[in-house]
Design a protein around this ligand. Structure first.
Ligand code: FUL
Length: 693
């Protein structure tokens, strides 16, 4: 009896002693390079190349280097804008798919060497790297594996060429923090004059593992981004729309294909640490197009990107397209300044700083892992529980009623990502109320919710892979930024607005003027004329007298009299309903390119068309990448007025606009020549025409 007691006592002492030591890492953990990269949180992309001068998304590879002639190129302007925005680095498109090199590579003539800019003596990569150094930013390079110019692309010789270029970039421009190997691979191109389609097997062609070795040898502190082939250090999140999943594991499996869905969420029990990087552009496209000067992301949109990337355990890689003159557009600069101002204001004062922390479970007996470690401003210390615990709660007592709407929480990921689910509660009027129920945390999670007034908050870890560890908690009150409503105009010309916010009223104009709280108030969908309509709308909060920015849409003639005549499928009408969220997938008959024929009901003078791919394409079908657009006066004799590719549509599936010489027609025919996933059903969210004035 005595003996058992002693043994029990001894084992409990050893046990609690054991628990005074730090928990062991659980599962895959980041490398030092990945950890350093994750802490950067927010950095920029710059897209600038020969196709800046041809208004294209992807250069074909035959564009004349003489076109490259920026008159005001100033990399310091780019670096200054990024620095002032609080970004930590810049990744620059040294070579995009066209193959045009922005540095004087020894291995090709297709570069700035043959451009009139600085009489062929210029080197944009050098100027960019120096500007980064001057502004204290890290520098990264984008080197497209796909090269639509090079005659050897598709042959083994090209790999030597590719590695030679990589060696130049990773040797001559100082420290490189990240290298980007884009996944767009193979397809048609100039290829030294062959003008053909070249297919490669992205998994084997580049022999990535040996390329990675070279990269790491030349730049030991680098992280490698690659969305094709062998797993690199970082992963694409499956979309360029600017978000990663709310559930976001920094894990994948080391080999094998990764479906879009997994890219978005990571893999809970993945065996490799491959964190997500959210890449998106400040405008719809990556390169500069004047027509997008009105499409720069708004403050609410940029805030969404921030909270849906940095706020969801990823980093934010935001792109600035460079104008043909060599500068960032002032509208893009203004947009990023507004974001910076709002973020600074939001994260100015941590309301949890002086709170008293307590927990219902603490590891061992020492202070080392106590609850107040989440308030000590260090990512190396953390609150921990004993090894056998999977659920625990931590309370922060503010000592007074505190009003807040943001909650920031971090795990010490150097010991692995652990938390699977958690809730957040607030102590309001002597009662605990749940304000959020979430899944993963990871390096950083920031929750947004309507303002709460409470004296305490409680973080409840409901489940974790191993004992939960929390290194940091912060609480903030962010300024309220109203989001403008989205605008829908249906087939009949009926306009409706959708607002995410219940407290606000909606005001609009139809005459091009700026809406205010004195404009027409929206109550229910209303009819507009059948002609072109310019709709402008705001949200307005009558209590705070605050207005959102304006959202605007210019609609062409209504599609009231349109009839889809190439199919009986009633679902086809979804491509005319003005709602981006509904779509139609067209049946494909063997190898025949599906045609969509529409009777416009009356003759119109057309000068272009717009196509919006199905937004849920990964669930049902596919995005059209190559098309023909035909017109006819009688539905019998057809004229081809536009043909080509929607270059980057798969990664960036938004409205595609094509223009042509004005032509009179009563019928249109859209032929889906190729889809992103071969032989799957072409999907349409919307199809519209552009008529001349
Ligand atoms: C994509 C490319 O095809 C785009 O042109 C752009 O460079 C983007 C960042 O990656 O996949």
């Amino acid at each position: 009896m005595k003996k058992t007691l002693i043994i029990l006592l001894l084992s409990s002492i050893t046990c609690s002693f054991a628990q005074n030591v730090a928990p062991k890492p659980f599962g895959p953990v980041p490398t030092a390079n990945q950890l350093g990269w994750q802490k950067m949180e927010y950095y920029a992309f710059i897209h600038f190349s020969i196709n800046t001068y041809t208004d294209m998304a992807w250069g074909y590879g035959n564009e004349d280097p003489k076109l490259f002639n920026p008159t005001k190129l100033d990399c310091r302007q780019w670096a200054k804008i990024c620095k002032e925005a609080g970004m930590k680095g810049i990744i620059f498109t040294a070579k995009h798919h066209s193959g045009f090199c922005l540095w004087p590579s020894k291995y090709t003539d297709y570069s700035v060497k043959n451009a009139p800019w600085k009489n062929g003596k210029g080197d944009v990569v050098k100027e960019m790297s120096e500007a980064c150094k001057e502004y204290g930013l890290k520098f990264g390079v984008y080197l497209s594996p796909w090269d639509r110019n090079h005659p050897d692309y598709g042959k083994p010789e090209y790999i030597t060429y590719f590695r030679n270029q990589l060696t130049e970039l990773l040797t001559n421009y100082g420290d490189i923090f990240e290298v980007w190997f884009d996944g767009a691979n193979g397809g048609n191109g100039y290829y030294g004059g062959a003008n053909e389609t070249r297919k490669i097997d992205a998994k084997t062609y580049y022999d990535w593992l040996n390329t990675y070795k070279l990269v790491r040898k030349l730049q030991p502190n680098i992280v490698i981004w690659n969305d094709g082939g062998d797993r690199a250090d970082l992963r694409w999140v499956g979309t360029e729309a600017g978000y990663v999943g709310e559930t976001n594991w920094s894990l994948l499996n080391a080999t094998g294909d990764v479906p879009e869905d997994m890219l978005r969420h990571g893999v809970e029990d993945g065996n490799a640490w491959v964190p997500g990087e959210v890449n998106t552009s400040i405008r719809p496209e990556w390169f500069y197009h004047e027509r997008e000067d009105r499409k720069v992301k708004t403050l609410p949109q940029l805030l969404d990107v921030y909270y849906h990337s940095v706020g969801r355990n990823a980093t934010m890689l935001l792109n600035f397209p460079i104008m043909p003159n060599g500068l960032i557009h002032e509208k893009d600069e203004k947009a990023i300044q507004e974001l910076t101002k709002t973020l600074k204001e939001t994260f100015k004062q941590n309301l949890a700083k002086n709170a008293i922390a307590s927990a219902n479970q603490t590891r061992g007996t020492k202070e080392l892992f106590s609850a107040n470690r989440v308030l000590d401003n260090s990512g190396d210390t953390y609150w921990a529980t004993n090894d056998d615990v999977k659920a625990a709660s931590l309370t922060l007592d503010f000592g007074k009623t505190t009003s807040f709407n943001r909650f920031l929480v971090q795990e010490p990921i150097q010991l692995g990502q652990r938390v699977k689910s958690f809730t957040l509660e607030a102590f309001v009027k002597e009662k605990w109320i749940e304000i959020a129920k979430e899944t993963t945390i990871g390096y950083k999670r920031i929750l947004r919710f309507p303002t709460v007034e409470a004296t305490k908050i409680r973080l409840n870890i409901l489940d974790a892979k191993s004992c939960p560890l929390i290194s940091n908690i912060e609480v903030y009150k962010a300024p309220i930024i109203l989001t403008p409503p989205t605008i829908i105009r249906d087939k009949e010309g009926l306009v409706s607005f959708v607002s995410g916010d219940k407290e606000s009223e909606i005001y609009y104009t139809l005459n091009g003027s700026q809406p205010t709280a004195k404009s027409e108030k929206y109550t229910s969908p209303f009819k507009t004329s059948d002609g072109k309509v310019d709709v402008k709308v705001i949200s307005y909060n009558p209590f705070t007298k605050q207005s959102s920015i304006v959202n605007e849409e210019s609609f062409d003639v209504s599609r009231k009299s349109w009839k889809v005549i190439s199919t009986d499928d009633q679902n086809a009408n979804k491509l005319l309903d003005g709602n981006a969220g509904t779509s139609w997938h067209q049946k494909r008959v063997q190898s025949i390119s599906p045609e969509l024929v529409i009777d416009l009901g009356k003759t119109e003078t057309l000068q272009g068309f717009r196509y919006l791919p199905a937004q849920n394409w990964w669930e049902e079908g596919s995005i059209i990448t190559n098309f023909q657009f035909w017109v006819s006066k009688d539905g019998a004799k057809w004229k081809l007025v536009s043909e080509g590719e929607f270059s980057n549509i798969k990664n960036n599936p938004f409205w595609q606009v094509k223009s042509f010489e004005p032509v009179v027609a009563k019928y249109i025919k859209f032929t889906a020549l190729k889809t992103a996933q071969e032989s799957s059903a072409p999907g349409y969210a919307e199809l519209d025409i552009i008529t001349s004035k």
